[in-house]
Design a protein around this ligand. Structure first.
Ligand code: HPA
Length: 268
């Protein structure tokens, strides 16, 4: 950890961002909007993931977004890659170690709501961990008993809502349900998810939210909807569809996030 922290601090050369962004599918283009960008490969940062999922790069990009200091994680590890729900822990601990206090996460997700179609953007208000696992299993200290009542910070959420309004972007709000993946859900699972109160389903983000709260970071998260979930259209789902459709909502969300940085993010 110390090696990664020292290396990052040295490469950032005085830039001290307090907000980090995790870029999911479709958000990769946001790194091109970073001014005076410093790019650091995950390979140079011990503990950072070696992401093997197509559509995900593996680098830290730091600089300014809308004039405000930012650090982006382009590429994440997913639970389904190696069965390790805590795969992002060293990377998130490193960010906390360099002074990051706020984490904004993005992902691609399937929609459970016919009125929230592909290309939509959803602000996550809460989550359901349906994976059967938890990134804090094995953590020996009592700090493992993390409260998640306010997992998604009300102040950061309000900042994102204001930025959506200012950019004229429709912003849905809802509950994200974490499935382990890597296969997509069945139509029966999607009917269940809807009954249980989910608005979107996906294979990431929740373990990172739990780890970030464990580390004391304030969190906000948004989904870009790439498809209506299994059984809702009759069509089979595919990773290709996720990759093809993510840039649509991704461009909208990138616009909102840039505006949020420009106007200033405030947390509760
Ligand atoms: N299910 C799970 N994860 C996803 C989906 C989906 O329908 N679409 C994009 N990521």
């Amino acid at each position: 950890m110390k090696v990664a922290i020292d290396h990052l601090v040295e490469r950032l050369d005085g830039l001290a961002p307090s907000t980090a962004l995790v870029l999911g599918s479709g958000l990769g283009g946001l790194v091109d909007k970073v001014e005076d960008a410093v790019r650091i490969s995950y390979a140079d940062l011990p503990g950072f993931p070696r992401s093997g999922v197509s559509g995900h790069a593996g680098e830290v990009v730091a600089g300014r977004l809308g004039g405000a200091p930012v650090l982006m994680l382009s590429g994440r590890a997913h639970y389904y890659e190696h069965g390790d729900a805590a795969a992002m822990r060293p990377a998130l601990e490193t960010l906390a170690g360099i002074g990051i206090t706020r984490l904004l996460l993005t992902n691609a997700a399937g929609s459970v709501d016919p009125a929230m179609g592909p290309g939509s953007v959803m602000l996550i208000t809460d989550h359901i961990n349906f994976s059967g696992t938890n990134p804090l299993i094995g953590e020996p200290s009592d700090r493992r008993f993390v409260g998640l009542t306010e997992a998604y910070d009300a102040g950061l959420r309000a900042s994102i809502e204001r930025a959506a309004e200012a950019t004229g972007t429709a912003l849905h709000k809802g509950v994200y349900m974490w499935f382990s993946g890597p296969c997509f859900e069945t139509p029966a699972e999607i009917r269940m998810a809807r009954i249980m109160g989910a608005n979107a389903v996906g294979m990431s983000t929740v373990p990172e939210v739990i780890l970030a709260r464990f580390l004391g970071l304030k969190v906000a998260a948004c989904s870009v909807i790439t498809n209506l979930a299994a059984g809702m259209t009759g069509a089979e789902l595919s990773h290709q569809e996720t990759k093809d459709m993510a840039p649509l909502g991704g461009a909208r969300l990138a616009n909102v996030l840039r505006r949020a940085f420009q106007d200033g993010l405030t947390e509760n």
